[in-house]
Design a protein around this ligand. Structure first.
Ligand code: HEC
Length: 333
């Protein structure tokens, strides 16, 4: 057990980095960005949480959704709502697709809360390249559905919004991969990692609602977990759950990428091993199969997740175990 944990270095380093970058100053009840008092339009001492970061804090700039509709950022999208916000750009080839895939899993767990009392916004940090049509493809790929919008806008406005939400990196590649969770009504904002356990993250989002907290005093039993991963069953299973299951199933059909049931039989071992470790390089080298797969799944690309050799071996064992360890709780009684 310990040894299999110890071997999962590559992806864990990547995930830990993303978490560390995001883990800066945000916690429940504090500002979404570490604003100095001069940046606050109100300038008052934070005596009350209530309303502190409301309309005076967030810009009311116009943003455009992936289906081409225009919204005022604060009035239409944030005001009085519980929101989950992350930043992406469509040409990002490693970690934003993974974060988006995990948000899509969180959305599935939250079910019809999304669009009713919780709203997801994925905002591009590359508004010049990512117009509504590009974002529409992205949204479809990750099964966005009602209550989850991909947003773009004028570069100046998007900059303003992302700065206010604590996303201030200078280059796209170093942008934060955390998710911001806020309840504008109570003024509570927090920052979380998309690599937290999916159910825990879903629960954290629901707990932004004081009514929900009151109604469910006993944490831990709140959401019926609809997926359960036996982390010990095979070394690659935990890693698959964290890093792959947002985009792939084993035996339950295509998701963002192909169903991986039987993949260890349909591909040569050397090809598969290399594809897991450096799919981007193989595409760049025009590997025929990598290019074919890319065109079959136009909305997304298999990301380079920084897997180590031992991560990859663990995953290959897991993938070849295939149907035995599929993730359907109904099937595994
Ligand atoms: C953000 C989505 C995403 C994530 C995360 C992801 N993949 Fe993929 N994967 C894809 C897409 C899309 C393809 C299809 C090829 C392409 O478009 O590049 C693919 C292709 C593959 C293939 C080739 C399938 C075949 O039929 O040959 C394998 C194997 C694979 N992925 C394994 C994994 C594993 C293992 C993980 C986790 C470590 C993972 N993927 C994580 C999106 C993803």
């Amino acid at each position: 057990m310990a040894s299999s944990n110890g071997r999962r270095i590559g992806i864990l380093v990547l995930i830990a980095l993303a978490v560390a970058i995001g883990a800066a100053s945000m916690s429940n009840g504090t500002a979404p960005a570490t604003a100095t008092s001069s940046q606050r339009t109100g300038g008052d001492a934070p005596a009350q949480k209530q309303g502190l970061w409301k309309d005076t804090y967030f810009p009311n700039a116009t943003v455009i959704s992936h289906d081409g509709r225009a919204f005022r950022f604060y009035d239409d999208l944030i005001k009085n709502k519980i929101v989950v916000v992350n930043f992406i750009y469509s040409s990002c080839s490693n970690i934003c697709p993974l974060v988006t895939a995990r948000l899509s899993q969180v959305k599935d767990v939250l079910g019809d809360h999304v669009g009713r009392d919780v709203f997801f916004y994925s905002i591009t940090i590359d508004p010049v390249l990512d117009g509504p049509d590009v974002l529409k493809t992205y949204a479809d790929t990750y099964r966005a559905g009602p209550g989850w919008m991909f947003l773009t806008g004028a570069p100046h406005d998007i900059d303003l919004i992302r700065h206010k939400l604590g996303e201030r990196s200078r280059s796209k590649a170093e942008h934060r991969n955390d998710v911001k969770i806020g309840n504008d009504r109570t003024g509570e904002w927090s920052r979380d990692s998309a690599f937290s356990d999916i159910e825990v993250l879903a629960e954290t989002i629901l707990r932004m609602d004081p009514e929900y907290r009151k109604a469910r005093r006993n944490p831990g039993t709140l959401l019926q977990a609809n997926t359960s991963y036996d982390l010990q069953s095979t070394p690659g299973a935990g890693l698959f759950a964290k890093a792959c299951s947002g985009c792939h199933t084993l035996g339950h059909g295509d998701l963002v990428g192909p169903d991986l049931q039987g993949v260890t039989e349909r591909r040569k071992p050397e090809w598969l091993r290399r594809f897991l470790m450096e799919p981007d390089k193989m595409r760049a080298e025009q590997d025929p199969l990598a290019v074919d797969l890319d065109s079959l799944y136009p909305g997304a690309r298999m990301p380079n997740l920084g897997l180590s050799n031992s991560d990859t071996e663990d995953l290959l064992v897991y993938l070849s175990a295939g149907s035995v360890f599929n993730h359907d709780p109904v099937a595994s009684d």
